[in-house]
Design a protein around this ligand. Sequence first.
Ligand SMILES: [Zn+2]
Length: 171
Amino acid sequence: MTCKHGLLVLALVPVLAWGHPDSPAIATWAPHGGQYLAPSIGGIQLTCRTHSGMPVVTVSDHFLGDVGFASPPNLIRMNPHALESMAPVAQVFWYAHECAHHYLPPGMNGETAADCWAAKKARDQGLIQASDIPSLSSTVWHTTGSPYGHPPGHLRVRLLNSCFADPTSAL
Ligand SMILES: [Zn+2]
């Protein structure tokens, strides 16, 4: 699926079967260090591009101390154990959050902006419905703030709700 600027962002294709070599799920059986251009996240094949259009590579990291982590120039690490503990919509949200760090313009890709883009982009593409927000909020609520710009969980939930309700499309 292309966005209005014609860039391929979070393109999605229904997954035909878990474990298909072209759409590997980031599940606990995904080998540590496995690299994917179109991983299956929450049962949906997703891709991500950087602000400059470079394909983002997703790496399965069994030892990551978080759900996901984006690092330059085009890498996303996802923890399959953390993903498997979440509902599919939450998995999609966290992947989209990491994608946002790459896709949004430098200087506009901080934690709050990433949360907002993830909520709106997933909504725009029909991946998250209003009825999913309570489940999604429960995975965000317990998170703590950080020196890297993560607001405390209750503020992130408030932002997530207001971004989801914002009628403008994601970038
Ligand atoms: Zn982040």
